[in-house]
Design a protein around this ligand. Structure first.
Ligand code: ARG
Length: 390
């Protein structure tokens, strides 16, 4: 099957589904299909209308097998940034996304979509995993900050960024168009909302000086709608508490805080069988939920989220749609068997529109740099070149 033929089939399947769900007439659907087919035949591509883009992105969320928060798929706001050309313009739209989605803590689910990957030379990529994330530095005393960010932080440093060296330095945005050198843009401090952690009954917890950012904005996934790939389409919802309290701050490979929490709780950690990890984990999660609430930042606990997911399942069933899911991700990492999700079976089949992982662009870039070191050393004389080799 030729590339055009494959695109045509995907496009037609999507247009029929989209227009059907939106209640558009048979006539309008056929008219649009004729247009799409003609454009693909003539140019080998087609463009989504704003309505198609909005609904396609919402379906992609609805189809995200690992997401427990899908009840709210229809509330996703889609910002059309397809016309933006330069790295500066794109970074500006990312900053706008952060501010608009944060909304003073009353978080809005938002997706910003940049131009699709039709001509490879102009492909837009955001090298950050999430728009807001903390740096990680290898030091003589071990890693400071988020160990998961070490590679990306070193790329930012090579691009000329200097972090303060705290455990919670917000990384800059890094945008790359085609095979041009990536450009780095620090995020204005005042638009990044963060929450310092405290516990309603354990005053010592605040002394750990832990914090987390308000809005998780996933920026490294490819959005596929009707055969078109949007390689830059950052999206956000709000946090479920366990993502922070049971993973980001608790995993041994992340901030590894359970031993410290246990110690401030005065727990005996000499034997695993005392379940000190479990006790510390619960209190750390209490602290996360308590602190976000106290600072007016939307967050959901895992019991409520699981109940919302059950409502989503029921609603999908009523609409005669089969639901797919990845059980291993849907169950929360704290007390999974207390939620209804644990006791059910889900079919982990991938349907489109959907979000997909793509190659890790900063790793690909690092490799390219290492292979062309001499060329880059010479390019230092180019005025305005954002890349400073060391
Ligand atoms: N698990 C990721 C994190 O802890 C965020 C993924 C998206 N989460 C969300 N609630 N939309 O940063």
């Amino acid at each position: 099957m030729s590339r055009h033929q494959a695109l045509l089939e995907e496009a037609e399947r999507f247009i029929r589904m989209c227009y059907g769900e939106l209640g558009r007439s048979e006539e309008e659907t056929e008219r649009r299909l004729v247009e799409v087919k003609r454009t693909i035949a003539e140019q080998g591509r087609y463009e989504h209308t704003e309505d198609e883009l909005r609904h396609g992105a919402r379906i992609a969320w609805r189809n995200s097998n690992r997401c427990i928060g899908r009840l709210f798929w229809e509330t996703l706001e889609v910002r059309d940034a397809r016309s933006l050309e330069t790295e500066e313009e794109i970074a500006g739209a990312l900053v706008d996304h952060i501010a608009y989605a944060t909304n003073g803590g009353k978080i809005r689910p938002v997706l910003t979509v940049f131009r699709p990957a039709v001509d490879a030379g102009r492909q837009v990529r955001i090298l950050n995993n999430q728009l807001i994330r903390y740096a990680g530095y290898e030091t003589g005393r071990g890693i400071v900050g988020d160990p998961d960010s070490v590679a990306f932080t070193s790329l930012c440093t090579r691009l000329g960024w200097r972090g303060e060296g705290t455990a919670f330095d917000v990384l800059p945005l890094v945008v790359r168009i085609g095979d041009r050198a990536p450009r780095m843009f620090p995020i204005p401090r005042d638009i990044v909302m963060e929450v310092p952690l405290s516990h309603p009954e354990l005053p010592g917890l605040a002394d750990l000086r832990l914090q987390w950012y308000a809005v998780p904005i996933v920026s490294n996934m490819r959005l596929e709608i009707g055969g078109l790939s949007y390689t830059a389409a950052p999206f956000n919802g709000w946090y479920m508490g366990t993502e922070i309290g049971a993973r980001n701050l608790a995993d041994e490979r992340r901030y590894d805080m359970l031993p410290r929490v246990a110690s401030l709780m005065g727990l005996d950690t000499s034997r695993e069988s005392y379940l000190w990890r479990d006790k510390a984990l619960v209190e750390l999660n209490v602290a996360v939920l308590h602190s976000y609430k106290e600072h007016g930042v939307m967050i959901v606990d895992h019991h409520t989220a699981a109940r919302q997911f059950t409502r989503f399942e029921e609603r999908e069933q009523r609409n005669d749609r089969s639901i797919t899911g990845d059980w291993t991700w849907l169950i929360p990492p704290v007390s999974p068997a207390t939620t209804p999700i644990f006791h059910k079976h889900y079919e982990d089949r991938t349907v489109t529109p959907n979000f997909f992982y793509q190659d890790r662009p900063h790793e690909a870039f690092e490799k390219a740099v290492n292979e062309r070191e001499i060329e880059l050393a010479e390019s230092i004389v180019v005025p305005g070149c954002p890349f400073t080799p060391q």
